[in-house]
Design a protein around this ligand. Structure first.
Ligand code: NAD
Length: 509
């Protein structure tokens, strides 16, 4: 049986060994999950919220220990663990505590005149068993939020953590157990995606929620197509930051540095491309370089940036930098790591262009790439010149202009005069366009993503027959014709003309 060795990427310390699940174990887990789904779907929203609240209480009480474990697993500094992993999970639970009941309440929908006497509703029902597949970059946040959303909507979950964040997967399992959360609602399945992926899909979940790379998204969608399993894909990005000449350069460069380097650049919504209007380009670059040089990199101490997590990702970062330099890019800071260290130094590159991988493919590392633009038209063209469409930011003192640009960028979210904030408000939708994925979650969208949105029409059923039932015949055809013409005509005279036919139809004549 294959196993996963867990290590702290920052120190190399071995954290433990976890056995990977077999195909049989996975299919058995689905069987149990299906049984559990049958009872769990009948719980009330209040009961589900009460369950999820146990997780919140536990996290609040054990926050430091949890931050430490996440930090160990991934080499990220503890502030990052608090800010981007723990806080969003607590925020998500608080949001649903306040809003889930209203979001999932049956909704009455207005009837058109043609359906007089009937009542229309939307019911939000659980889908059943949800497969949540999570990545390694924010494994606590990006596992717990879809898991919690699925549970609040009344589903049970099969959860597969990334093999590179197995320790965090175990932490989540521990939190579920120790918080007293209802057993059997979430099953944590361990293993490497490429080894156990087929069995996970063979279990025929009612929906697959993947956060991961575009490559994996494509594979999973293809495999899910065999059983027509719906998929939600939260995939890669190449987010642009567009900076106009009228901005406060201090603020914009502070944002550029943080927004590009947070979590060592391993964030799907990190800034990966910066376009600066030509008049302020030199000053912008100078300030970015000064600020990057002041950053402190290390782990478990007074630092700003931790290590990277995945050895493969470092190789991609190095490959992108090498390709860029070969094609004329200039490194102003960083650019090379010491030996095989997992600490990749924050790097600033200029003279970059769209022939380079670093401006086209997802780099997912602590690299800042800055390029000039002339005017609005060029800025939009550059921002949209990508296969991705996750997030973006636009910087200008002229809010009308910034909004105009925001509307033209093909992506799932835009922050104006800030970095990443479109994903900071949990009530806003989150998701991508183009090859950044499909579907939306967070806020109400997160519960609808895991619901069967059912249309229901109710009537007393006292009438013997209906207008649209048999018999038809020539006379009825003429009445339909006159009625529909009059219903949808824009001329009052036609509307009046059709009234007698309509009345006869309504009387079922
Ligand atoms: P990845 O695609 O390598 O892995 C993601 C998950 O998919 C892991 O759990 C992995 O084991 C699993 N997996 C891989 N192959 C599989 C298969 N054939 N069948 C089933 N499961 C399989 O991604 P990663 O390296 O863990 O994460 C980084 C990527 O995720 C980046 O591209 C990043 O942009 C993206 N990401 C997107 C978002 C978002 O919300 N859009 C958020 C974070 C990360």
């Amino acid at each position: 049986m294959s196993e996963i060795i867990m290590t702290n990427p920052a120190t190399g310390e071995k954290l433990g060994v976890k056995k990977c699940w077999t195909r049989k174990q996975i299919l058995d887990a689905y069987k149990k999950a299906r049984e559990k789904a049958e009872s769990f779907k009948n719980t009330t929203i209040e009961q589900r919220i009460e369950e999820v609240r146990k997780i919140k209480r536990y996290i609040v009480e054990n926050m430091e220990e949890i931050a430490e474990k996440i930090s160990k697993d991934l080499g990220k500094i503890k502030s990052e663990a608090l800010l981007m992993e723990i806080f969003p999970v607590l925020d998500c639970i608080s949001y649903y505590e306040k809003n889930a009941k209203k979001i999932l309440k049956d909704k009455k929908v207005r009837n058109p005149i043609s359906l007089i006497g009937k009542k229309s509703y939307v019911f939000y029902e659980p889908l059943g068993v949800i497969l949540v597949i999570a990545p390694w970059n924010y494994p606590f946040n990006l596992s717990f939020i879809p898991i919690i959303s699925a549970i609040i909507a009344g589903n049970v979950v099969i959860y597969k953590p990334s093999e590179l964040a197995t320790y965090t997967g175990m932490l989540i399992e521990e939190i579920l157990e120790k918080s007293g959360f209802e057993k059997g609602v979430v099953t944590v399945v361990y293993g490497r995606g490429r080894e156990i992926g087929d069995a996970l899909i063979e279990g025929k979940p009612d929906k697959i929620f993947l956060t991961g790379s575009t490559t994996t998204g494509r594979i999973i969608m293809e495999k899910a197509a065999k059983y027509l399993i719906p998929v939600e894909l939260e995939l890669g990005g190449k987010d642009p930051m567009i900076v106009f000449e009228d901005v406060d350069l201090e603020r914009a460069t502070n944002a550029a540095v943080w927004g590009s380097l947070l979590n060592s650049g391993q964030a799907c919504v990190a800034i990966e491309r910066i376009y600066v209007q030509e008049n302020v380009y030199d000053d912008f670059v100078k300030l970015v370089v000064e600020k990057v040089k002041k950053l402190r990199q290390g782990w478990n101490g007074d630092y700003d940036i931790g290590s990277m997590t995945s050895p493969n990702q470092i190789k991609i970062v190095e490959d992108h930098i090498k390709d860029a330099v070969k094609k004329g890019a200039k490194i102003l800071v960083g650019g090379k790591r010491k030996g095989k260290s997992m600490f990749f130094p924050p790097t600033v590159l200029v003279n970059v262009n769209h022939k380079m991988k670093i401006m086209k493919e997802e780099t997912f590392g602590p690299v800042i790439c800055i390029m000039k633009f002339k005017d609005e038209k060029e800025a939009v063209k550059l921002a949209n010149d990508t296969i991705y469409g996750l997030n973006a930011s636009v910087w200008s003192d002229d809010i009308d202009r910034a909004v105009r640009i925001a509307r033209q960028i093909k992506c799932g979210g835009v922050a104006i005069n800030n970095a990443l904030t479109a994903s900071a408000n949990f009530a806003l939708p989150f998701g991508g366009t183009k090859q950044s994925g499909m579907g939306r979650y967070h806020g109400p969208y997160g519960l609808y993503a895991f619901s069967n949105i059912k249309a229901v029409m109710i009537e007393k059923g006292k009438k013997e027959t209906e207008i649209n039932w048999y018999p038809f015949g020539k006379e009825k055809y003429e009445r339909f014709l006159t009625t529909f013409k009059s219903l949808f005509s824009e001329k009052t005279v036609d509307k009046i003309k059709g009234l007698p036919a309509m009345i006869k139809l309504m009387r079922n004549k």
